[in-house]
Write a protein that binds this ligand. Structure first.
Ligand code: TMP
Length: 210
């Protein structure tokens, strides 16, 4: 049964890889087990996150995209302070749809990965990163079927570069001890959900510990 469990889980993957769907499914499953769960995302809902969304949509007057490495790390500091740290302190499972690995993957297209890492080096390392690995063409067809206006990273040439940088980012963080589980996000939604549940179960206290 549920207990006070403080866990920090980040879901990562290309646009279209299903992180938003899987975050919601993971939260519902954990709540059903009796745990208290907090869900959030990056870019966050906070003021810096809103600035980032405006920049990604290239809204007139929004910050130039060259500012994104700093904006994403400022947003992360705010997100940790406002959302994640209080949730963890209250014995909650905090699930975020994207976190620092996204910055290593996306912003390393603009500045060296080492620099992106330094911008994020003081932030809390999650207890688990769930990396949704997905072929670029599958990701694109999923993005296309959403029927929304595309953001700057959601075009084929960009997405193919992001996919390469994502793999490099995961290897980079893995080498620095980040706990990463890679999932095959081309599988049916239910199969990905089951793989996530197996990875998270390994972190939950057993009933004798609870
Ligand atoms: P979303 O599609 O998950 O809402 O994220 C919006 C975009 O922001 C997505 O293309 C990935 C990008 N992004 C970065 O470039 N760096 C980051 O650190 C994060 C969190 C997201």
């Amino acid at each position: 049964m549920g207990s006070s469990v403080s866990l920090f889980i980040a879901l990562e993957g290309l646009d279209g890889s299903g992180t938003t769907t899987q975050s919601a499914r993971l939260a519902a499953w954990l709540r059903n087990l009796g745990h208290t769960v907090h869900t959030s995302c990056e870019p966050s809902e906070g003021p810096v996150g809103q600035l980032i969304r405006a920049s990604l949509r290239q809204k007139p007057g929004s910050p130039d995209r060259s500012t994104l490495p700093w904006l994403f790390s400022a947003d992360r500091a705010d997100h940790l302070y406002r959302d994640i740290e209080p949730a963890l302190a209250a014995g909650t499972i905090a699930i975020t749809d994207r976190y620092a690995p996204s910055s290593l993957a996306y912003q390393s297209m603009e500045i060296p990965m080492d620099q992106v890492y330094v911008l994020n080096a003081t932030f809390r390392v999650p207890d688990l990163v769930l990396f949704h690995e997905l072929d670029v063409d599958v990701a694109l067809s999923r993005i296309g079927s959403r029927g929304e206006a595309r953001e700057i990273f959601e075009h084929r040439s960009q997405l193919a570069r992001v996919a390469k940088h994502y793999r490099e980012a995961m290897a980079y963080l893995d080498a620095r001890g980040w706990p990463i589980t890679t999932l095959d996000a081309s599988l049916p939604i239910e199969d990905v959900t089951l793989a996530i549940q197996a990875a998270v179960t390994a972190l939950l206290p057993t009933s004798s510990e609870a």
